[in-house]
Design a protein around this ligand. Structure first.
Ligand SMILES: *[C@@H]1O[C@H](CO)[C@@H](O)[C@H](O)[C@H]1NC(C)=O
Ligand SMILES: *[C@@H]1O[C@H](CO)[C@@H](O)[C@H](O)[C@H]1NC(C)=O
Length: 373
């Protein structure tokens, strides 16, 4: 039994204990706030200018085959991340870490590239990815390279894009990337003098466009495309990724590529997408004949890159090596200033006509088979 006297004593002790905790917590809070305001008062001091966030993905890798890879499928479609691996090619991870020169003081890179390659190391594809390095260095593009399989099949593409966009959206707006260019690993960067920003839609007239994509003769080819870093893009890829769960009855002939195409068909997304001429950034390897005739799907000398989508004859690695050598040689025929290509004129024409009410199809049809001098 406690005497009233003792009880009072305990209560007094308890009171002081509570008071002490209260004081301690109060003094903690303002301190934290003071620290917070001190570091955010000058935002430029808090930021490390131009540092991309690719590090977590840079050096890791794991050998895991990609069983339902569609690389040798009968279509000249996307086809990407199959088997391969290994971070120890010098160029890739380091270009991840250092976006380099042009992104200087207090500016954050606005454009970045993103690709995937995992499984056993496959030199032709490592070389193809490395062909992007000079371009990245010249323009300060972070290069995000997925080296782990995140999801089955080719769906890692969507998962990784969601990861990167989500990571950007978690930053203050002025620090975010503005656009991402996805490229499959079977692309060779041919003309490092072509900046990515020439392709994106003029603002504010086309601020509602969040995706720039191209068709080949089988429909959407998502081997190379641009997406805006935006909540809309995030939701787009989340939708594409969810189709199998929500509408399993839909046949996705080309898996994740068809997933994107399904979402694009929907009314609310349709207006957020611009189809542009395939060869702007997703052209296939040209032949002498196709160069003369202006084949719509073939890259032109001076084009940004070549996408080696089709592999029906199994000679893709050989072709990639051949064009990779031309790129490395920096032959003047391919490696030239953007002003000496047909890009600026065609791109200006495209958006101008679109703004004036022409259909994307008709503009593409007019532009795509032009021959560049
Ligand atoms: C904040 O930035 C201004 C201008 O750059 C500078 O003059 C000032 O000293 C900085 N303040 C602090 C607290 O670093
Ligand atoms: C690249 O340059 C080397 C050395 O000049 C030359 O031997 C080779 O034929 C060139 N390759 C191509 C594909 O043009």
């Amino acid at each position: 039994m406690l005497s009233p006297h003792r009880l009072a004593k305990y209560l007094l002790v308890a009171f002081f204990a509570i008071l002490a905790i209260g004081i301690w917590e109060r003094s903690g809070l303002p301190q934290g706030l003071a620290h917070f305001t001190a570091t955010t008062g000058n935002s430029t001091e808090v930021q490390v200018p131009g540092t991309p966030t690719a590090e977590p993905h840079a050096g890791t890798s794991l050998s895991e085959g990609d069983e339902d890879d569609a690389t040798d499928g009968p279509f000249e479609g996307s086809v990407s991340a199959d088997s391969e691996n290994d971070p120890n090619s010098e160029a890739l991870p380091s270009s991840n870490l250092q976006p380099s020169a042009p992104s200087t003081e207090a500016s954050f890179p606005r454009f970045a590239k993103i690709t995937a390659t995992f499984g056993e190391r496959d030199p032709p594809y490592e070389d193809a990815i490395s062909s992007h390095n000079l371009h990245n260095e010249l323009h300060g593009y972070p290069h995000f390279i997925l080296r782990e399989q995140m999801l089955r099949g080719l769906w890692s593409k969507h998962a990784y894009i969601l990861t990167i966009i989500g990571n950007e959206l978690a930053k203050p707006a002025h620090e975010r990337l503005a656009w991402l260019m996805w490229h499959d690993r079977d692309t060779v960067l041919m003309n490092p003098q072509i900046p990515l920003d020439i392709f994106v839609p003029p603002s504010p007239a086309f601020d509602h466009i969040h995706l720039l994509v191209t068709n080949d003769r089988n429909g959407l080819n998502n081997g190379v495309f641009f997406c805006r870093v935006s909540a809309a893009s995030f939701k787009f890829f989340a939708s594409a990724l969810s189709i199998r769960e929500y509408e399993p009855e839909i046949q996705l002939k080309y898996t994740e590529q068809s997933g994107m195409e399904e979402v694009i068909k929907r009314e609310n997304w349709n207006s957020a997408v611009a189809y542009v001429p395939q060869r702007w950034f997703n052209g296939f390897p040209p032949t002498e004949k196709s160069l003369k005739s202006g084949k719509a799907s073939a890259a032109r000398p001076g084009s940004l890159l070549i996408h080696f989508a089709s592999n029906r004859d199994g000679r893709r690695p050989e072709r990639m090596a051949h064009w990779g050598e031309i790129a490395k040689n920096r032959s003047a025929e391919w490696d030239k200033p953007v002003e000496q290509t047909g890009y600026l004129q065609e791109i200006a024409e495209y958006w101008e006509r679109l703004e004036n009410g022409d259909s994307q199809e008709s503009i593409i049809e007019d532009i795509e088979d032009r021959v560049w001098d």
